[in-house]
Ligand binder design. Sequence first.
Ligand code: 0X9
Ligand code: ZN
Length: 304
Amino acid sequence: KFNVFQYNSFHMIQDYLDTMAQRYPNLVTLETLGNSYEGRRMQLVKISTNPSIGNPVIFVDAGVHSREWVAPSMAIYLIHRLVSDPTTKLPGHELDGLDWYILPVVNPDGYEYSRASKSNRMWRKTRSKNGKCYGVDGNRNYGFKWAVSGVSHDPCHKETYAGPNAFSEPETRIVKDIMIDNAKRIKLYVSLHAYGQYLVYPWGYTGQYLPPEWKKLDRLAKAVSEKVQRAGGKPFKVLSAGKWYAAAGGSDDFAFGAAGIPYSYTMELTDGFEFSFPESLLQRTLPQFYEGFREFGTQIKNEF
Ligand code: 0X9
Ligand code: ZN
């Protein structure tokens, strides 16, 4: 049975989203955007108390890397809190004057593959067929400075194969379309990953330069980290992605550099346990991260 504090199957996640949309029709709408390579339905969860007025949007995605199970769990927990907190519809809440778009499982084929057996557990890429090997690293596949650093061109490389070309994967095209179609309204993009407790901003393709706006990116990230820490969580290491290590074709760089989204981050959740963050710790940890998302909401609302 579905539970927000466990690692659910893609099918159970899908059922949960359908239930939420039925139970809260004035708050939650599901928009089908297309299918993954293996044909799983990709649905954007739109949470808004007033969709018609065109509020600023916070767009959160998760699970482009399939073995990073805690990331989709956080995205689902975010949905859960936004729709079911009793304070949700009150003025001053993170939904007042702000819409949230959430894509909780960017790479459902990989997610199910990594759940299928212990030997598949560390699968990171999509499941498209490329010659005799499978999968593209979704976070090397975006069409901004594609493949200029930190990628492999070998389809059999298990980690960082960039794909035959930018946006070769249906899953990354779907995320790109969300960004482009809503570019005017999206003020913040957060891509959830694991692990290491990093909150990084552009550029990711290089460690040599920072965007002119880097101080604003840095300041918001540090404020978020502070809130998570105050809630009992570990602080995030805040820096540019490329100063951590340079890798091109990430969704964060595309959002910022190509779609023109003013705040863009990759959030590496949890520190300890690597990709196998214990299910039993979700109940304590996810609420701490939620406090960070509240801060994102407050600050975005104040600025836009
Ligand atoms: O390498 C990645 O794609 C991310 N780390 S992970 O361990 N989850 O794989 C970091 C991406 C940071 N952003 C860019 N390099 N653009
Ligand atoms: Zn990742």
